[in-house]
Design a protein around this ligand. Structure first.
Ligand code: KIV
Ligand code: ZN
Length: 549
């Protein structure tokens, strides 16, 4: 058995399925690029049968990220495998193949449940039917694509003897990777490790395939279970950035990678991940999905490398390893690094962005440099984190139907908080409205709602400073929901679920950042609901609820 663990990232599929994690196709493409730079081996880019938009997004990733990079470029020379999910039916498999086919290294991932409860109540199929369908659909997928992964859904609660049988049959049908999901996060590390060991011992032909693990975090055991599976012999781990995913989420990429990296002597296993890209990718996913990373989250939480207690600080000063098992720089935490200032020129700016893996064309660079100069006027020390926030704010935004053109607020302990908002609409016209609210943000959001006439329920609002200091750039992340939400197909439950939209904004003024974030989310909703056509004309109304506050 080799000592390389393949990292299969499913942020864009299982991660995006989590409530509120909806990303635009441009955002998905940026995340896929970031994942390629991070060095993941396989990108599960989506579930193409879910909708024509999903198919198009996966195809675009196959075309743009699934190709070999140039040696001097920002993408790896050997591209990641681009994978599409399919239920075990010909229509789904055809759609997945259509989407991933353009990639240099395509993969079809098909799945069928094997637990008694899923077979009886969800599939309404008996064991023989499940074995036959799994075999036939893997064989069909294999007739299209040389790389086929099969998952027995809810394997964690399946009868192991039955699993050996199904897995043996799909190996005969041509499966190249067998992924073992603990779909509902039910198992313990001992049980899950034993399940993988049993599969490796009893499945006929298993020596010719890669065994993969895919765990959910319902009991907070996803990382422990994944590592137990790897110890037992799995050589692919299915993970998501920040652990986002169904319900309590999936196994987090950063936790598995850093456990293998930091405890290398204990595992003696390697991954292809460039760990210095972890923090950057984590922030991008959080910004795009609107799912804020909890401060005490391992590896990527804001407090992951903070030392508060006096005894700890004292220890750290005496020897850094007293309380730190990994250096923050190893995962790309560069918050205290001064990179540029007021007098830095365009060349230095471009060089630093390139070093950070941000590639802009000349026009974009001009725009970004202008923003940088404005920021440098307000803020003396510009760090990598500031640059990342600036670039995300300027370029990684959904299509702008309405753009912020001006904002003025009056607030304090006297009178009514008031905000005057000026937006540039899709027709290029300016719309100015004043709103009154419980605070300046609420007042500004009410003014935005009055202009756009698509008010939304604000589900989450989070603000944090990008760097330390009074002049720090403020970053705001929001999540909203419309009254007649778009429905999205959930691959595992075969149900529709309500859609929510995340938005992100950055500015030295947090009220401005708040309005930018809200607008980003509302713009995303307007695009997703087809409220505006490509000509910028309004085509439909968005039904929506009034905000709770
Ligand atoms: O959790 C699960 O079972 C899945 C499968 C589709 C692999 O996500
Ligand atoms: Zn899953």
């Amino acid at each position: 058995m080799d000592n390389y663990v393949r990292i299969f990232d499913t942020t864009l599929r299982d991660g995006e399925q989590s409530p509120g994690a909806t990303m635009t196709s441009v955002e998905k493409l940026e995340v896929a690029r970031a994942l390629a730079r991070l060095g993941v081996d396989i990108i599960e880019a989506g579930f193409p049968a879910a909708s024509p938009d999903d198919l198009a997004a996966v195809k675009r990733i196959a075309v743009e990220v699934g190709q070999p990079g140039r040696a001097e470029g920002s993408l790896p020379v050997r591209p990641p495998i681009i994978c599409g999910l399919a239920r075990a039916n010909k229509n789904d498999i055809d759609k997945a193949w259509e989407a991933v086919q353009p990639a240099a290294r395509p993969r079809i991932h098909t799945f069928l449940a094997t637990s008694e409860i899923h077979m009886r109540y969800k599939l309404k199929m008996d064991r023989e039917q499940v074995v036959e369908r799994a075999h036939d659909m893997v064989q069909y997928a294999r007739s299209l694509c040389a790389d086929v992964e099969f998952s027995p859904e809810d394997a964690g609660r399946s009868d192991p003897e039955f699993l050996y049988l199904v897995l043996g049959e799909v190996i005969k049908a041509g499966a190249t990777t067998l992924n073992i999901p603990d779909t509902v996060g039910y198992t313990t590390p001992e049980e899950f490790g034993a399940l993988i060991a049993g599969i490796l011992q009893h499945t006929p032909g298993v020596e010719n395939v890669v065994i993969s693990v895919h765990c959910h975090d319902d009991l907070g055991l996803a990382t422990a279970n994944t590592l137990a599976g790897i110890r037992a012999g799995a050589r692919q781990a299915e993970v998501t950035v920040n652990g986002i995913g169904e319900r309590a989420g999936n196994t987090s990429l950063e936790e598995v990678v850093m456990a293998l990296h930091t405890r290398r002597p204990a595992f003696n296993l390697a991954t292809g991940i460039d760990t210095a890209q972890i923090m950057r990718t984590s922030k991008m996913v959080s910004n795009y999905t609107g799912i804020v990373v909890q401060p005490n989250k391992a590896i990527v939480g804001a407090n992951a490398f903070a030392h508060e207690a006096g005894i700890h600080q004292d220890g750290m000063l005496k020897h850094q390893q007293t309380y730190e098992i990994m250096r923050p720089e190893t995962v790309g935490v560069t918050h205290s690094r001064l990179v540029l200032g007021k007098h830095s020129g365009r060349h230095a700016f471009k060089t630093r962005l390139t070093e950070m893996g941000v590639v802009l064309d000349e026009a974009e660079l001009d725009k970004a440099f202008g923003r940088f100069k404005d920021l440098a006027d307000k803020k003396k020390l510009i760090t990598d984190a500031d640059l990342e926030a600036l670039v995300a704010d300027e370029f990684y935004q959904p299509r702008e139907i309405y753009a912020l053109d001006g904002l003025q607020v009056a607030c304090g302990t006297m009178g009514m908080p008031t905000a005057t908002v000026r937006l540039r609409g899709p027709d290029g016209q300016l719309h100015t409205v004043a709103g009154i609210g419980t605070g300046p943000v609420d007042a500004a959001y009410k003014a935005v709602d009055q202009i756009i006439q698509a008010p939304a329920t604000l589900l989450e609002f989070a603000v944090h400073a990008v760097t330390e200091g009074i002049d720090a750039l403020g970053e705001v992340t929001v999540r909203i929901q419309g009254r007649t939400p778009q429905r999205a197909v959930d691959a595992q439950k075969e149900l529709e679920q309500a859609r929510t939209y995340g938005g992100h904004g950055a500015d030295t003024d947090i009220i401005v950042a708040s309005v930018k974030a809200y607008l980003a989310a509302v713009n995303k909703m307007l695009v997703a609901t087809g409220t505006f056509g490509t000509d910028g004309e309004r085509t439909a109304e968005v039904g929506v609820t009034a905000r709770a506050n």
